[in-house]
Design a protein around this ligand. Sequence first.
Ligand code: NAD
Ligand code: IPM
Ligand code: MN
Length: 369
Amino acid sequence: ASNKKLLILPGDGIGPEVVREVRRVIEWMDRRRSVSFDISEGVVGGAALDAEGSPCPDETVAAARAADAVLFGSVGGPKWDSLPFEKRPELGVLRLRKDLGLFANLRPAVVLDPLADASSLKADLVRGLDLMIVRESTGGIYFGEPRGIEIMADGKRRGIDTEVYTEDEIARVARVAFDLARKRRNKVTSVEKANVMQSGRLWRAVVGEIGRAEFPDVELEHMYADNCAMQLCSRPKQFDVILGSNLFGDVLSDLAAALTGSLGMLPSATLGAPDASGRRHALYEPVHGSAPDIAGKGIANPCAQMLSFAMLLRWSFEMEEDAKLIETAVQRVLAGGLRTADIMQTGMARVGTSVMGEAIVRELDKLSA
Ligand code: NAD
Ligand code: IPM
Ligand code: MN
């Protein structure tokens, strides 16, 4: 039996379509590199609602806890959009992050050479871009209390969400960002709105304290989140690691995706704290969602899911060489001219999800021959 326990949660919409292409790579690894995983599959999101009546059944949480790593597809879709809040498919991923303590969501945005002119920006502004967004992922306005929609005295409704951060929550995700920066270009840009939000004031103060006390060698810059959005689409190469709250990190990572040519290219890793033996819970999910507008058409870009699997190999199984192989294979397939429909580039031949997946496996074959 393999010592690499992998739980796969395909979810909804294009989730199962892009996860299928990763399965091809897993089979290839088994066949050609004698790497085997102990794989189980579970339900989450709308698929779990349909099968079990809950977007994140207890068995799924237990299986995720027992696994060494979770590969997650995507959840949500119009079929479930009008359900009550507690039943929404999106709670599937939120509960997994929360229950497993996955507080650091790492979202690299890299412009691959062949896609430099697929960017929403001029190629010169993005060629060689390589930034990392570290998004806090178990706190802030996603989970703060009170929340809800209530009826006021005059019979009208009001909607409430609460942004709350404790200093420990800020400090632990800040350490992840500083640590990463040391292995990269040694710079952290911490974003908040300390000018209007109390949690933002605390965020700026705590990140500054951690930086001065523990990472004096890392350059730290504070930036308002709105300015960061503007800077990202005018001078993105100034950034190395961007650190932000759950909400700001979410919004800025979709923005960063457009710089790389497509949301279909961006992977992520959502990590918990290592325990005494160095083991940590981790979930690997593309930045994109279930893409209901193209689900079932066989045209989704599998690269974000594929690159999320590469991150899984790197962060959970210390398989740097295999991670690199997959990343190189993706890059070469793109260099060879294949494009799924989402990539914003003119004059290219368009292929579907499985042609892309098969091409990546063929490239892996060549690379390891
Ligand atoms: P989305 O990311 O699903 O799609 C946004 C746009 O990008 C769509 O036009 C879509 O077709 C395109 N796109 C996304 N991924 C693509 C891919 N791999 N290949 C080609 N095109 C791709 O965001 P949305 O439309 O705002 O949300 C749809 C559903 O997904 C909602 O229910 C939302 O809550 C959910 N969602 C889930 C996750 C997740 O599971 N982690 C993340 C984001 C959104
Ligand atoms: C993401 C998604 C999720 C989020 C949703 C589906 C809960 O947008 O992973 O980026 O907001 O965290
Ligand atoms: Mn998002």
